[in-house]
Design a protein around this ligand. Structure first.
Ligand SMILES: Nc1ncnc2c1ncn2[C@@H]1O[C@H](COP(=O)(O)OP(=O)(O)OP(=O)(O)O)[C@@H](O)[C@H]1O
Ligand SMILES: [Mg+2]
Length: 501
């Protein structure tokens, strides 16, 4: 395994109060704030990437953080390489790209590091991430009949992995497919000598039956193949097998095979030592394969960060922070993210998710899954809103910043005759009354009403979006949950970023 940094450790800040981002003259975003997660939203060309994101990325690099950078565009790698150079961190960059010079065998890695107790679950989780990434990249959702086949496919795989693991101690995807392809298609086939002699499944089940004393749980998995699988209807069985094969086939040959099914010289733990791992397999260039590859590595990264605390012991609070960075994050969302970001501060992982609007979150997680998208968005305690024409996002931002009571004054005047003459009183105001009963008066009433502190249309037309015409300035409204900014004495502040810095 290649060690990172040629034994020269990268210095880093770990104090929670470390200032990361100066906001105006009087406020800062600290390292502890960053650990609570940041989401950046703004319309296309509003200045997310060249404004707030760029400034934040530099702050993470300067603070000595490690990280994982997801890539939607092919420009992402060059941007990080440039920022790393500017901050003296070029030696920290490790790139996983289509050359497959850096790779990880996810089956071996899972067995070696995520093996204890939950091996089967972890491996199934990875396969789920593979299918989820494919869904997101192709804009479909696993619902209805599709979902039924996916669930059945995961159940089938969940009955293969433990048998192969127990019998052969390692798992190869080709063997998974071979086991399923040669499993008994009917109860009669179980007694067919031809099947018993030539089927990989039959041979493996025979070996498994000899291990039942050591692994008594294996009996349940073996029963699936000798009882439930042969009894399955032909149509159902072939649909489930086709679902599995469509998920695993891309890993049998080609780039995904090279990157994830050969040997290992890149592990996500390197981020904890200061490496900035860039997954230069951009979705815009490689489509579903790029999304799948990044989803697998991101999953392994999240699991590795979860385990850091256990491995570091009591000094973990002084360990290096890492950043999980996803510009155009809609390509990389996973239903696992909500769970991960609930505890990311504990794992010393700062999430930075960037996209145009909240609808991108909704669309990525599938229709009907809006509550899941809201739950995920809710895990990011720092919000940075750039100029946007999306009503939902602007309304959301305005609602989160809140309302305050404003005074409204109304003035009424009267001019008329009273039958009886005499005085007319209007509170606190002038009233003149003549003997002829002619009254002239005015009254002012003060009432209060609730108004948005920052109305939704503020985000459409009041924030600068960079370029020479704005003197390269990009504005954003920032909110830090539960915090009052010094400058505004409110929960929001307007921050200006310079595209040339
Ligand atoms: N270094 C720079 N100097 C001047 N203008 C820039 C610079 N970088 C980007 N721009 C311009 O500034 C504007 C904001 O660009 P930026 O890429 O930051 O927007 P964005 O919010 O990330 O958009 P998208 O959602 O399309 O990624 C665009 O008009 C862009 O062409
Ligand atoms: Mg951008």
């Amino acid at each position: 395994m290649t060690r990172f940094g040629k034994n020269s450790p990268i210095p880093y800040h770990y104090e929670p109060k470390t200032p990361m981002l100066k906001v105006g003259k009087r406020d800062v975003l600290t390292l502890d704030d960053c650990l609570r997660g940041t989401v950046i939203l703004g319309g296309t060309g509003s200045g997310k990437t060249s404004g707030s994101a760029r400034t934040l990325a530099k702050a993470y690099l300067k603070a000595g953080c490690g990280g994982l950078v997801m890539c939607a565009h092919d420009a992402e790698r060059a941007q990080w390489e440039e920022l790393a150079k500017e901050t003296g961190r070029e030696g920290s960059i490790i790139v996983m790209d289509a050359t497959a010079a850096r790779r990880i065998n996810f089956l071996d890695y899972t067995m070696a590091t995520l093996g204890a107790g939950g091996f089967n679950t972890n491996l199934l989780d990875i396969i789920k991430r593979i299918s989820e990434a494919g869904d997101i990249a192709e804009g479909r959702s696993s619902s209805g009949e599709n979902k039924f086949f996916y669930d059945s496919a995961f159940e089938m795989l969940g009955n293969v992995f433990p048998i192969l693991h127990a019998v052969y101690e390692s798992i190869r995807l080709r063997e998974v497919m071979s086991f399923i392809d040669t499993a008994p298609k009917s109860p009669q086939q179980l007694n067919d000598p031809e099947w018993t002699e030539h089927s990989f499944c039959a041979k493996t089940l025979a070996l498994a039956s000899q291990l039942l004393d050591t692994y008594p749980d294996l009996e349940i998995y073996c029963d699936y193949w000798t009882e439930r699988f042969p009894d399955m209807g032909d149509r159902m069985r072939s649909s489930v097998i086709a679902t599995i094969s469509s998920m695993l086939y891309p890993f049998m040959t080609g780039k995904l095979h090279e990157l994830f099914c050969t040997d290992t010289n890149l592990v996500p733990q390197l981020a904890g030592e200061g490496a900035i791992i860039i997954l230069d397999l951009p979705v815009h260039l490689y489509g579903k394969a790029g999304a799948t590859a990044q989803a697998i590595f991101k999953y392994l990264f999240q699991r590795a960060m979860e385990q850091r605390e256990r491995d570091a012991g009591k000094d973990f609070k002084k360990s290096r922070c890492v950043v999980l960075w996803a510009d155009e994050c809609q390509y990389f969302l996973s239903d696992q993210d909500t769970k991960f970001f609930s505890n990311a501060r504990r794992y010393r992982t700062c999430g930075v998710y960037i996209t145009q609007d909240v609808k991108s979150f909704y669309a990525a997680l599938g229709s009907g899954n809006e509550h899941a998208a809201d739950a995920l968005l809710g895990k990011f305690q720092n919000r940075i809103w750039h100029a946007n024409a999306d009503h939902t996002t602007n309304e959301d931002a305005s609602r989160l910043i809140g309302e305050r009571l404003l005074d409204q004054m109304s003035k009424q005047t009267s001019d008329g005759f009273s039958a009886s003459g005499g005085n007319t009183q209007a509170e606190g105001n002038n009233t003149q009354s003549g003997q002829d009963g002619h009254n002239v008066g005015s009254s002012t009433t003060v009432s209060q009403y609730l108004a948005r502190i920052v109305p939704p249309n503020f985000f459409t037309n009041k924030l600068r979006t960079g370029t020479a015409s704005n003197k390269y300035k990009v504005d954003a409204v920032m909110l830090k949950s539960g915090h009052t900014w010094r400058h505004t004495r409110e929960n929001y502040v307007i921050a200006a970023f310079d595209q040339r810095v």
